[in-house]
Write a protein that binds this ligand. Structure first.
Ligand code: UDP
Ligand code: MG
Length: 325
């Protein structure tokens, strides 16, 4: 298929949107974004990530109104990465798939640019923040430090500061379907996959209604989950700390022997023993904790649970649209 020669109306474009308690935003999102995708052979797949508000009934309404709106309702809240994974799994018949947040923070006027890059031959078109990210100062600093730290310790570069606003080609979508992880972390999986990638800068708007679904604590827990799901460097940390501590105690041992043999003082005991015992047991606990984290992950992964469960679905496939090659 020659992408370059494709006319917009022949491009099968699916927009996938994870929604969690987005009753205030989702309809406005649809009405706004549909104006930008009308010229394509578009579909929407909304993934209701176990919302507790009226999100699902709004999706049902939109779907009745526009036959090109599909939705998947998950059995409970599985988290945004899992919800997006569900969206990709149901979008395998599209030529390209764009993922967006439901809160209109991702500017839809960039859709044409994403598609143009795809037509230029790129299989993954990421977006990067052109300006400061939204949110409280501590959150911004935290996110920056987090990504910097992660990229130092991990071998695959993860998408620093990259919003989940990206276009992927159908080959990427089929490749994603091969990933059976129960906690898929797209920000790491996408760069790991390879393919022809590019990125375009976008301005991330601030949320107009509702609030961020991530509390600071949820963000920290997501980050830890992120780090330990694609890097084993923390495990290596225990070896380094172990070597460092042994070296230090070796030096101290030599000093103690020296004092014992060549001076008539004795090494002062209690305080230094207590301090070092507490210090070392603290370090040991930390390392056990890290090992435990991985052990737990391995345990959970060994159960091979699905990444999400579907409660209700309304599918719209491209099979009815005109076949083109
Ligand atoms: N989201 C989701 N499941 C969750 C949390 C969030 O599907 O458990 C969706 C949410 O509805 C939104 C997107 O993920 O469409 C991004 O969430 P949010 O805007 O709260 O994150 P932020 O922009 O603050 O990073
Ligand atoms: Mg948001």
């Amino acid at each position: 298929m020659n992408r370059k020669a494709l006319h917009p109306e022949n491009i099968r474009l699916t927009v996938i949107v994870a929604c969690y308690n987005e009753e205030l935003m989702v309809e406005m999102f649809y009405r706004t974004v549909v104006r930008y995708v009308k010229k394509y052979d578009y579909r929407f797949i909304f993934i209701d990530d176990g919302s507790k508000d009226e999100t699902l009934s709004i999706l049902q309404k939109l779907s009745n109104e526009d036959p090109l709106v599909a939705y998947i309702s998950l059995s409970r809240n599985f988290g945004q990465p899992n919800a997006l994974k569900a969206g990709y799994d149901f979008a395998t018949d599209a030529d390209c798939v764009i993922s967006m947040d439901a809160d209109l923070q991702h500017p839809p006027d960039k859709i044409d640019l994403l598609v143009a890059k795809w037509q230029d031959g790129f299989d993954i078109v990421n977006t990067v923040r052109a300006v400061q990210m939204d949110g409280a100062l501590n959150r911004r600093i935290f996110a920056k430090l987090f990504y910097r730290f992660v990229n130092i310790i991990s071998t695959t570069q993860i998408l620093a500061d990259g919003p989940d606003y990206r276009l992927v080609d159908r080959k990427v979508v089929s490749a994603l379907a091969e990933f059976k992880e129960s906690t898929p972390y797209l920000k790491e999986i996408i760069p790991w996959m390879g393919f022809n990638c590019t990125a375009v800068p976008v301005n991330i708007e601030s949320r107009s209604y509702g609030e961020s679904k991530y509390s600071f604590l949820k963000l920290i827990s997501l980050s830890l989950r992120g780090i330990t799901s694609f890097s084993v460097s923390p495990l290596r940390l225990s070896s380094f700390v172990g070597v460092g501590l042994s070296f230090m105690s070796f030096l101290y041992g030599i000093y103690a022997i020296y004092v014992h043999l060549f001076t008539d003082q004795t090494v002062q005991g209690w305080t230094s023993i207590i301090a070092s015992v507490l210090f070392i047991s603290g370090i040991q606990m930390l390392m056990l904790g890290i090992i435990g984290e991985y052990l737990g992950k391995t345990f959970l992964a060994s159960k091979r649970r699905p990444a999400y469960l579907v409660k209700e679905i309304r599918d719209v496939s491209f099979s009815r649209s005109v076949e083109h090659k």
